[in-house]
Ligand binder design. Structure first.
Ligand code: ZN
Length: 153
C-alpha cells in the first residue's frame, strides 16, 4: 500500500506520523481504491498493520492526535474507552467551554432564534433557553464530539 504510506510523514516508532493529505475534522482521509470509499486514514493504517477491526470498534489514538496514523499510537476501543477521540463519540458529557456559552449568548443577543442556535449546537432549545436566561449556567450537556463537529468557530 505504497499509495497510503506516501501520504504519511513516517518518523520514529514512538513519534506521531502525521497524515500529509486531506483531512476532515483533523482526521486524515484516504480514498481506498479497492473499495472506492473514503475512510479515515488512522483506521486504514490500523487495518493494514493489525488486520481486521472488530465490528463496532473504534480506533482510538493513544497520542490524542487525530492526524496521526502511527500504528503504535492506535488501538481498538469501544464506548467506555478512555481517550478523548473515542470518549467523545460515546456521547459522554463534558463541560461546555466558556467560548461556546459566550457564543450562544452572543447569537441570542443578535436576535438569532433559539431554535436555530439549538440546531447549530445540536442540543435542544430548552438548553439554549436556559443558557441565555442564566448567566451562571455551565450545564454539562454536550459531548466533545459534537463540539468538534461544529463549524462555527
Ligand atoms: Zn501519534
Amino acid at each position: 500500500m505504497k499509495r497510503f504510506w506516501d501520504k504519511v510523514d513516517i518518523k520514529g516508532k514512538d513519534e506521531c506520523w502525521e497524515w500529509k493529505a486531506g483531512k476532515s475534522r483533523s482526521y486524515g482521509m484516504f480514498l481506498n481504491k479497492e473499495t472506492g470509499k473514503v475512510e479515515t486514514a488512522h483506521r486504514f493504517s490500523y487495518r493494514l498493520t493489525y488486520g481486521k477491526i472488530e465490528k463496532g470498534k473504534l480506533i482510538c489514538h493513544k497520542c490524542d492526535n487525530r492526524g496521526c496514523v502511527n500504528p503504535n499510537h492506535l488501538y481498538q476501543g469501544d464506548k467506555g474507552t478512555n481517550a478523548a477521540d473515542c470518549k467523545g463519540r460515546t456521547g459522554r458529557v463534558s463541560r461546555w467551554y466558556k467560548g461556546e456559552l459566550w457564543l450562544i449568548r452572543h447569537l441570542h443577543s443578535k436576535e438569532i432564534a433559539q431554535g436555530a442556535i439549538a440546531k447549530m449546537f445540536k442540543v435542544s432549545s430548552t438548553i439554549i433557553s436556559r443558557i441565555v436566561k442564566d448567566p451562571n449556567y455551565s450545564y454539562k450537556g454536550m459531548n466533545r464530539y459534537q463540539l468538534r463537529n461544529l463549524n462555527v468557530f
